[in-house]
Design a protein around this ligand. Structure first.
Ligand SMILES: *Cc1c(COP(=O)(O)O)cnc(C)c1O
Length: 234
């Protein structure tokens, strides 16, 4: 839930984040229009999403299928422009629901999941945009394909499964300087001819924009702090 105070601040926070993205893009000689802001509303109720929609934000991220399934269908009918991204781990038994619900799935990270997505996308005739998640810091507890396996996994997705990938996503190790990890993700994306780069969160999105991010995923700097949970993926 969001406090009234948090709700009142959402519009102003969004304006500030957009200005900071534009400044970071300009400083890097990039066009700010190349960078999309994904507002990560996980743990926050639908009223927080509505406040962001009222402030002109259309792109949202969630890390759990069940939470998104409860929150967004009612909002979509009044906001057809709404674009929903899955940024958390996807279990194969939730693939059907995820394909139906999300416009973008940023967490394609293993063969079994890629196969299930290919099958389900064909069945539903719906093609969410796909990002491969890379475990860029090779952390045992974190989801994502290891960097050294990324090229082969991308080839499998494209050539064997016929999946049209849009980009790559990563979450650098907490507490480490993120720039080398962002640079590594960009290097993997470039050599695989993937244009989309989803990287950067509340604490480091300006660095990510400087290093080529096309999607930044910002939660707490827009919606306020979240209760810490054991399932937090960061
Ligand atoms: C929660 C989350 C974010 C947003 O984190 P903030 O630090 O609140 O901006 C971004 N990406 C992923 C994958 C997340 O789980």
């Amino acid at each position: 839930m969001s406090s009234d105070h948090d709700l009142q601040r959402i519009g102003a926070n969004l304006r500030e984040i957009r200005a900071r993205i534009a400044a970071a893009a300009q400083a890097a000689g990039r066009n700010a229009a190349e960078v999309s802001l994904v507002a990560v509303a996980k743990t926050h109720a639908a009223d927080a999403v509505e406040a962001a929609l009222a402030a002109g934000q259309a792109v949202f991220g969630e890390n759990r299928v069940q939470e998104a399934a409860a929150k967004y269908p009612p909002l979509r009918s009044s906001h057809p422009m709404l674009e929903l991204h899955l940024i958390g781990p996807l279990q194969t038994n939730k693939v059907k629901e995820a394909v139906a619900l999300f416009d973008v799935i940023q967490t394609v990270d293993r063969e079994k999941l890629a196969r299930a997505l290919a099958t389900e996308m064909a069945r539903q005739g719906k093609r969410p945009r796909l990002y491969v998640q890379v475990n860029i810091g090779e952390e045992p507890q974190k989801a994502g394909i290891p960097p050294r396996e990324a090229d082969a996994f991308i080839r499998l997705c494209r050539e064997e499964l016929g999946l049209a990938l849009e980009g790559m996503m990563c979450i650098p190790p907490a507490g480490a300087a993120p720039a080398p990890y962002f640079a590594l993700l960009r290097e993997i994306a470039i050599r695989n001819r993937l244009a989309g780069l989803s990287m950067g969160m509340s604490e480091d999105f300006e660095i990510a924009v400087r290093l080529g991010a096309t999607l930044v995923r910002v939660g707490s700097a827009i919606f306020g702090s979240r209760p810490k949970t054991a399932t937090e993926s960061t």
